[in-house]
Design a protein around this ligand. Sequence first.
Ligand SMILES: Nc1ncnc2c1ncn2[C@@H]1O[C@H](COP(=O)(O)OP(=O)(O)OP(=O)(O)O)[C@@H](O)[C@H]1O
Ligand SMILES: [Mg+2]
Length: 287
Amino acid sequence: MAIIELENVSYAYDKSKSAQNEAISDISFKIEEGEYVGIIGHTGSGKSTLIKHLNCILKPTGGKIYIDGVDVWKDKTTVARNRQNVGLVFQYPEYQLFEETVEKDIAFGPKNLGLGPDEVRFRVSRAIKMVGLSSDLLRKNPFELSGGEKRRVAIAGVLAMNPKILVLDEPTVGLDPAGKEKILNIIKYYHRDENRTIVHVTHNMEDIARYADKVLIMNDGKILSFDSVEETFKRVSMLRSVGLDVPKIYEVFLKLKDKGFDVPLNVYTIQRALEVVKNIVERKANP
Ligand SMILES: Nc1ncnc2c1ncn2[C@@H]1O[C@H](COP(=O)(O)OP(=O)(O)OP(=O)(O)O)[C@@H](O)[C@H]1O
Ligand SMILES: [Mg+2]
């Protein structure tokens, strides 16, 4: 059974207008438990609108959403359970830090779940470790931290709820390469080591290429394609038609192949390219 299933979901911000004004329309897809799905698409294509439906921030104006087989809008209990099961990290989540210490900020969610003080403490110390920050920071005011640290605290607040599904809206945007890398590693950890389902919205194909299993491409409020990373990147002209691009390193390998070199085509990351080149060099050295 799919952990996330959308059936003909549509949403219009202005409900008085016609269907042409829908921000997303007729969206149907399934995500299996443990999958890492990247969502990509140009500005205004409906990515944020779509993922706000996954934890009941927005109620669809049409269609159904099932999480773990349950119609999330069935009643108050299903809505409340859904908000626990699905952790949503907003774009620029650091703007939502508001408590006077990092500890209180991370503890906010677990406290709201009604957990006891020992369990809350345990959740906070586990979450701060998961995001790679020292527990010395717990007593600090969030505003004393760097931008990247603040964002990791905000993510820790969501992880402390222990969500079965982690949804992130552009989690690396505006960070330097080192800060970005740290966030990607947190997501990878939550996916691989905690066996969780990930939905990761990004503008960056390379981010998706590294860890995602599948890619959902949004275009003008509709799904253009939903397929494995490998199958998606094969469709270079489809991607370009909606202003997206394959990772630069993949283009290099496409060109090498075009020129008659015997290279594999499933090379989307610099790291993989290095391995492939190393293999070729070794084969040449020891034929
Ligand atoms: N609060 C809102 N009220 C009215 N219209 C909105 C609102 N938020 C988004 N929209 C509209 O809905 C459509 C989809 O926007 P959405 O923010 O979901 O796109 P996005 O793919 O997340 O874009 P971006 O990459 O810029 O974050 C756009 O036409 C946008 O103008
Ligand atoms: Mg958005």
